[in-house]
Design a protein around this ligand. Structure first.
Ligand code: PGA
Length: 245
């Protein structure tokens, strides 16, 4: 299982240091468990130097759609690769809504990450309104089709993570039923087999209000490879209890 901590724009330098030092002491099953710390850009280098648990990796929360050039304030996938970032979240609903990222921006970012051998953690998911209108699969298809098209010329993609994050579940405490998540993961698996056959290793994650109480039941969902964890990843104890439950 993959446990991705999405710190968002939280934590400060001492808090992130304390978290990583505790994580370093956690005995994890190297074969079956991987923890990814997706920290704000400014902390990445420090965390990279500190992180020495063999089951953990460094991740970013975004990257630029461009390779390099006059894009003030942007951080490229190339720069993240230089810091040994193995993963990068892209297309999070907060970036889609607050920063108006489009599906084609996200497709370009996916491409940049793959070109620099960083595993994309691509977030997809429907709003509450779309959920009520039973449009989830249509929304997922609209979000994924531009990515599949952008990736078409690439012959082989080693690894792709897709995080199903219903927007209405992020930070709200509401979680869809296990059956519902299972049906979405099955749909994603079929979609990728058909539209992104060059992906060698596909990991399907769930994200949205994952906490230590709900995690054990969520772990029973077939085809689930891990979690994208927001709020509960800010507190080491809570995060640890999700990983070890
Ligand atoms: P949450 O956030 O766990 O606080 O719901 C998840 C996310 O936004 O990735």
């Amino acid at each position: 299982m993959l446990y991705v901590a999405n710190w968002k724009m939280n934590m400060n330098a001492p808090q992130s240091t304390a978290f990583v030092l505790e994580l370093n002491t956690l005995p994890l099953d190297n074969e079956n468990t991987r923890v990814v710390i997706c920290a704000p850009f400014v902390y990445l280098q420090h965390i990279q130097q500190l992180l020495d648990n063999k089951s953990s990796s460094l991740g970013a929360q975004n990257c630029a759609s461009y390779d390099n050039g006059a894009y003030t304030g942007e951080i490229s996938a190339r720069m993240l690769a230089e810091l040994n970032c193995d993963y990068c979240i892209i297309g999070h609903s907060e970036r889609r809504t607050i920063l108006k990222e489009s599906n084609s921006d996200i497709a370009q970012k996916t491409l940049q990450l793959i070109q620099h051998e960083i595993t994309p953690i691509l977030c997809v998911g429907e709003t509450a309104q779309e959920f009520s209108a039973q449009q989830t699969f249509q929304v997922l298809e609209d979000q994924l089709a531009p990515i599949a098209e952008a990736l078409e010329p690439i012959e082989s993609i080693f690894e792709l993570c897709i995080a199903y994050e219903p927007v209405w579940s992020i930070g709200t405490g509401s979680i869809p039923s296990n059956q519902y998540i299972e049906s979405v993961l099955q749909w994603l698996k079929n979609y990728c087999a058909h539209s992104m056959p060059q992906v060698e290793n596909l990991y399907l994650l769930y994200g949205g209000s994952v906490d230590p109480i709900k995690a054990p039941e969520l772990k029973l969902i077939p085809n689930l490879s891990g979690f994208l964890i927001g709020g509960a990843s800010l507190d080491f104890k809570k995060f640890k209890n999700i990983v070890v439950c």
